[in-house]
Design a protein around this ligand. Sequence first.
Ligand code: TRP
Ligand code: SF4
Length: 333
Amino acid sequence: MKNILTGIRPTGNLHLGHYFGAVSNWVDLQDKYNTFIEIADVQALTDNFNNPDKVRKNVKELTLDLLACGIDPKKTTIFIQSLIPEIAEATVYYSNLVTISRLYRNPTVKTEIKQKKDLFGNGESVTYGFLGYPVSQAADITMFDGQLVPVGEDQLPLLEQCREIVRKFNSIYGNTLVEPEQLLTKNTRIKGLDGNEKMGKSLGNAIYLIDDLDTISKKVMSAVTDPNKIKKDDKANPDVCMVYYYHKLVNKDNLDTVCSECKNGSRGCVACKKELINKMMEFLKPIQDKRKEYEKNMNLVEQILKDGTNNARKYAINKMKLVRKNMKIDYFE
Ligand code: TRP
Ligand code: SF4
């Protein structure tokens, strides 16, 4: 069975964008592959070093969200990055194989630095840790022989950087690391309620898996609809309406009706939104029910994290032995 490794930063709760874009795929993959999911707290700290409480809180929140979505701890190893020191160790060794200008050229890093002007001041004063997080991510993947990495398009430059590090490492120290490939999945990027291409916390346009009826109602009621539809019985174009966009995700059975009624003017936007709210709640119910079960049993959740981290650690320790041997720093072995 091939190893799959993916990671997620504990900086907030999961929203529908995470669910449809990533986590639902991971749930399918765990049956076919040896799957590792890393809670990337070290990476989260690269741009949240000034907010340790946020990262700590979200390690548990994220674990609950993942379990609620159907990540099965019997099939998937969920682990905490900072508790695997071998990842930090590998990061140090890999740092020698990457130039600073190459890191600055990484498109993902470039975009993120621009977005973080408030944290770093101008681009010149970006921290060493943040600039280097692709190196640490290469360690995440290679310490677990991650052969396949299910990631979205925005992460491709990070994977390419990892592949370069692996090739360079192997060419100098001999064949040691596995070169990962991207796993192309039905990677649907979900638009925000406002029509923005991306759903995100900072954009304030996200529906969270833990949102309750009241929250969902408010959000859906203010979603962007066809601006040309003024009166209830105006004909409209569902393809420019975010409410319709979400009907496509959670109301597949009644989609044809929604579409034709919108087009022929027999459907008012308020009724249409109310239907979406109900369907959204129906969709979220099993996820929220499962989450509540786990919330009642936080000892179990903690045990899942401990066991996952222990298993991951064993794997990484073993891998690090080979790394040290091939780098000729296994002094007393
Ligand atoms: N950079 C990823 C993100 O921001 C998270 C991540 C950390 C990751 N380590 C990883 C993804 C290893 C894939 C493989 O979402
Ligand atoms: Fe959108 Fe529904 Fe209004 Fe049509 S009727 S514009 S699909 S909210």
